[in-house]
Design a protein around this ligand. Sequence first.
Ligand SMILES: NC(=O)c1ccc[n+]([C@@H]2O[C@H](COP(=O)([O-])OP(=O)(O)OC[C@H]3O[C@@H](n4cnc5c(N)ncnc54)[C@H](OP(=O)(O)O)[C@@H]3O)[C@@H](O)[C@H]2O)c1
Length: 541
Amino acid sequence: MGPLPVKGNEIRRNRSQERSTPLDSHPSAVTLPGLASTAKTSHRTAPPCAFVIFGASGDLTARKLVPALYNLDGQGLLPDGLAVVGVAITEMDDESFRQNMHHATKTSAEVENFQEETWSAFEKRLHYITGGFDQPKTYDDLKARLLQIDNDFQTCGNTLYYLATTPSFFGVIVGMLGELAMAVPRQQGSWTRVIIEKPFGHDLQSAAKLNDEVHSVFLEEQVFRIDHYLGKETVQNILAFRFANSIFEPIWSREHIDHVQITAAETLGVEHRGNYYETAGALRDMFQNHLFQLMALVAMEPPVHIDGPFVRDRKADVLRSIVPLSGDGVGLNTVRAQYEAGEISGEKVDAYTVEPDVHPYSQTETFAAMELSIDNWRWGGVPFYLRSGKRLADKRTEIAITFKSVPQQFFNLGGDETINPNVLVMRIQPNEGILLTLGAKIPGPRMVVRQMQMDFSYRTGFGESRATAYETLLLDAIEGDSTLFNRYDSVELSWKILAPVLEAWSVNDPSTPLAKYPAGSWGPTAANVLIARDGRAWRNE
Ligand SMILES: NC(=O)c1ccc[n+]([C@@H]2O[C@H](COP(=O)([O-])OP(=O)(O)OC[C@H]3O[C@@H](n4cnc5c(N)ncnc54)[C@H](OP(=O)(O)O)[C@@H]3O)[C@@H](O)[C@H]2O)c1
């Protein structure tokens, strides 16, 4: 059979014909080259499976996972043969689990227009068993329940484990699944997969150790390391923007691009997460996963196919090409800072050090900025400036690509003013969209040039986005599509880039002092100095 036709302008990742490369290799995943590159147009048809959630009484399950499954069911995207088994230490039976999840889903920000009728059908899928993650009995009970569910729902022996619990249990649960032979397919032709929540490790050593533990039980192709950022429509659109349009690729390089800025700014402080944040900080919380993944998507070479292994290979290449920040490089190219009291939207807010569960002399950074270089043919000499912080002046995540200036300034703007270079901004959130600044003549008899903006908004272009990040990612994992999940090498490469920075910051290296910034500002002066020394400025407008 020949390739399927492409309907209209729809571009879909091919989900049924995943091919392998050495890094994701598994003999059964190989298909003939060239057969699978054409976009699939049919609706997704997810296979049946038992969806086991370790940590089913926790916050993530209630706020994200069950609402996402409910939404998918409401859209008819779950197969009849899908059943959920929640596992956690809190004593509950199926009925009380269903009641709790009913309340959580009804009040979830992820669910628009909750329907009791849809819920009544959905809740029949929900089951619960009580047990400690380190207790063999929990897994015996789970095995028995999976057998029963196989029978009742025809899940065909397929099992997807979701580790929605504290990271200290990731290794424990994986180890128990291995010991009790629950990581292997339960019957001929079935599959077993595991989704692992973030954070994946605390540093390079712990991430490598966790990868070893996971790989001692699961093959890499069974492992789905989730970063909900990658499920956002606007993040996926970076791939579409770059590879569904022919006009950008020829200018997507050092020939035409002056520099790239990636900003993830929040106006919120640490809220109730002081305990966690004290051990993480902005670098671990935002750079290792979200910012580096955005950078990889912007900078990657075109993949052979727009499928899991191929996209992940090209993203890993970017991380592999980052020039290491060692020795003086850390002090010269990074900035860390912490917010002091200030004002946001007219309201006074406290300093980080007086937030609940934060040490009064805390040295944890709530802001980080760094300049990185990608040492390859496409990006040699193009700086990438990354920054992220809490309690900043605005809430926004965006990628701003600044092109080179025109070679000759024809137009007299008056004084020392020159025409600004073009900037392409991918707004990841909020106000999702794409903005391009252009020089244009102001209407009138004189030749006066000013900057104008072409502004595309997703909301006006496509209406409100329906799929939440978790819906996209859960369905991908059920279907075995790993494109938007992190592979072990990318995780370790990201930690490796950060290792010298974490090391210098942990010993309070005098070349990298912890600066302060008032809440409601755009961060410390040192961050402005970092970019200004190259004759550039952060995009704060
Ligand atoms: N919450 C979010 O919005 C969010 C967002 C992104 C990523 N994540 C990640 O998702 C994971 C879960 O986060 P969370 O906020 O849901 O955590 P959580 O609310 O603390 O939930 C932890 C779950 O693990 C269970 N548990 C703890 N110790 C156990 C044991 N010894 N035996 C059996 N069950 C045990 C808890 O059961 P009991 O309640 O019965 O004690 C609970 O169900 C974390 O890795 C987090 O980083 C969370």
